[in-house]
Design a protein around this ligand. Sequence first.
Ligand SMILES: [Zn+2]
Length: 316
Amino acid sequence: MSAAETYPIELKAPDISAYTGNTDIPYVTSFDSGRPGPHVVVNGLTHGNELCGAIALDRLLRNGVRPSAGRLSLSFANVAAYRDFDSDHPSASRFVDEDFNRLWDEATLGGTRDSTELKRARALRPLVEAADYLLDIHSMQHATGALMLAGLTDKSLALARRVGVPAIIVRDAGHSAGKRMRDYGAFADPASPKTALLVECGQHWEQRAADVAMQTAERFLAALGVLAATEAARILGEPVAPQRIVAVTEAIAITSERFEFAADYRGLEVVPRQGTVIGWDGGKEIRTPYDDCVLIMPSRRLLRGQTAVRLGRYVS
Ligand SMILES: [Zn+2]
């Protein structure tokens, strides 16, 4: 049993069979306010085993959320993987064939290769391209503080600040194994106003992850004017911790068949001394490049080509 599977399962996977949606794209529900405003998309289940996104979308839909301006779309991404979710093997349903969140570039989406996830990404692509704002809800292998992955643009940092949670904002370039949905097209273009955020709400199975997902989604909708002004003011007026920013300087991609960490890192450890060995990639030492190096999301899926950990520093 891997370390990730030792966490107790506090969450129940919601039944989403009623949410096949009202658009051309299965499992996308879209509401038009009839008033001018942005098209805001909240997405869950980019990874099929990350229950908190499905729980937040289920709550929004059951609460009857409707936009007071613009258009709101709620999407369940990797439904095929989610259908395989089994609480006895909770990590197995991350994807069916491949990681849905490494496919988001023109060459891959427009290419001839095929898979369950590519089919779904191609189906969702028109929605992602139509979105002015996207929140993609995820969870993590380890129970550490929630993170807002804001990418590299100033516009997404500014939106992360307007949302106000989680308390840690990570500025990062993603993974060498492939582009994330949040970095697709205009979202990564500083000249475009289109903006995406990816929130990592907590450990996959912990209740807190669902709470963070719901809070983040509501604050995202409030910050973007989707919710009525009085409700938005109430939501955004709730006290939150001050935010800090970690700038990721590098992602350690695994180059060998055997990667090992030097300790049982869970994430957000601050390694005080430059040059500290934090792991070995096929025997090659991986050392921290500077003092007070922050470890972001150390992985338990230590496979060649994948990201083992991201390294960064607090910049505020
Ligand atoms: Zn994820």
